[in-house]
Unconditional design. Structure first.
Length: 417
């Protein structure tokens, strides 16, 4: 029964090893088939031979040194079995689920990257209200100066109105650039959302994982391009340059008043406008620098995994599958320890039994024949008994049970078939 159980477990391990090997091999279908068959058959034979040897020999070893040596051999064999079989069994049991988890985590990572790129691209939109207010203020001042001479005391479209209209137009151009950038960012973000939606559908879709993983890789490439485009659409650098141009490139028109008093008033107003433009330029420059100081989205590289690699990477999430894969390979070890315990208990029980109760039929026949031979030869029975007792004492000093079934017929009665 023990050998049958070991054979069944070895066969089951070989089947799952075959499935695991097929998932990691590359080549033609014929090559993969024969390579997986040969490997799984070798694993099954190795597992059966190893545990059969352990079940046959370990229970009969009684010395501490021998037991320690056999336990060491058993530990080494168990590690080798796990190395060549258990992880492939786990890949067969949970490979598809591990791959789906890998894809799901990749989706979450790319979702975070898309959100960060979107936020960085829209950060410049926070400057839009300030730019709109500055543009409206310059436009209103120009209108007031033209209609009522609110700044210089003289109505008409002079140099002050020209300067204020120029500043209002520059702010309006900057506002239009930000609005155009917002539309482009919105379009790219919607494209990225569609890619993510397709990726999520592929993760949870039924069917084989390999075709879904291939299509998932294509979607990742497209999404990476969208994220890169979002990183390049930020208008913060343009705002920074425009803010510098407002201050450094300020060109005031020549005062064109008809008298010296009007020219003086125009010069004072234009100086005030210059100071206002410089202050506005500094505010925009500082805000643009703060936006540009944000950490850019790091380029992420998607690495496709095989089912075996995914099971190894996410082993902590698939402990039940790993437990089953290892148990199917190491369960024969439990049978070996059961046999060792039972054989030890039988030996102790036999030692406490009277000699007449533990003698076997074969030993009884041998004793009768020996007595008859001694009687015919005329030997002294007491001397022969003393010699046998001395020989028995010498053998017990070794404290090793003989494994030859021809010499120890009693062990054959207790041997597990």
């Amino acid at each position: 029964m023990t050998r049958f159980a070991i054979a069944v477990l070895a066969l089951a391990s070989g089947v799952y090893t075959y499935l695991g090997v097929r998932s990691i091999l590359d080549g033609s279908p014929t090559t993969i088939f024969f390579a997986a068959i040969i490997y799984s058959a070798s694993v099954s034979v190795g597992i059966y031979a190893f545990w059969s040897y352990m079940a046959r020999f370990f229970p009969h070893i009684t010395t501490h040194t021998g037991r320690a040596a056999m336990l060491g051999v058993m530990a080494i064999g168990a590690v080798m079995i796990m190395a060549m079989s258990s992880w492939l069994n786990a890949a067969a049991l949970a490979g598809s689920a591990a791959l789906e988890q890998h894809l799901a985590e990749t989706v979450e990572d790319y979702t975070a990257d898309l959100d960060q790129a979107h936020q960085n691209a829209l950060a410049a939109q926070s400057l839009l209200p300030d730019i709109q207010r500055a543009s409206e203020r310059f436009a209103q001042l120009a209108l007031s100066e033209r209609q009522s001479g609110a700044l210089t005391g003289t109505t008409g479209s002079g140099s002050v109105v020209q300067l204020l209209s120029q500043m209002s137009a520059q702010m309006k151009d900057l506002e239009n650039g930000i609005n155009a950038s917002r539309e482009q960012v919105t379009t790219l973000f919607e494209q990225g959302q569609k890619r993510l939606e397709t990726m999520r559908t592929l993760v949870s879709a039924p069917g084989a994982i390999e075709p879904r993983a291939d299509q998932f890789s294509s979607e990742v490439v497209a999404l990476t391009g969208v994220i890169a485009s979002l990183g390049q659409t930020s208008i913060a650098p343009s705002i920074r340059r425009a803010a510098d141009d407002l201050s450094l490139g300020f060109i005031a028109p020549v005062a064109d008043g008809g008298d010296a008093d009007l020219v003086d008033r125009q010069d004072r107003v234009m100086a005030t406008v210059r100071a206002s433009v410089a202050a506005q330029s500094k505010v925009l420059s500082d805000a643009a620098d703060e936006i540009l100081a944000r950490a850019p989205v790091k380029e992420r590289r998607f690495v496709p995994l095989s089912s075996a690699e995914a099971v190894l990477r996410y082993a902590s999430d698939f402990i039940p599958a790993w437990a089953g894969a290892i148990s199917i390979d190491l369960l024969p070890g439990v049978l070996v320890f059961i046999l060792a315990v039972v054989h030890g208990a039988i030996r102790k029980q036999e030692e406490r039994m009277p000699f007449a109760e533990r003698i076997t039929a074969a030993e009884l026949v041998q004793a009768i024949e020996l007595k008859r031979a001694l009687a015919e030869s005329g030997s002294d029975l007491m001397e022969v008994a003393a010699e046998l007792e001395a020989q028995k004492t010498t053998e017990e000093a070794n404290n090793i049970t003989n494994l030859d079934p021809r010499i120890r017929p009693k062990d054959r009665l207790h041997e597990d078939r």
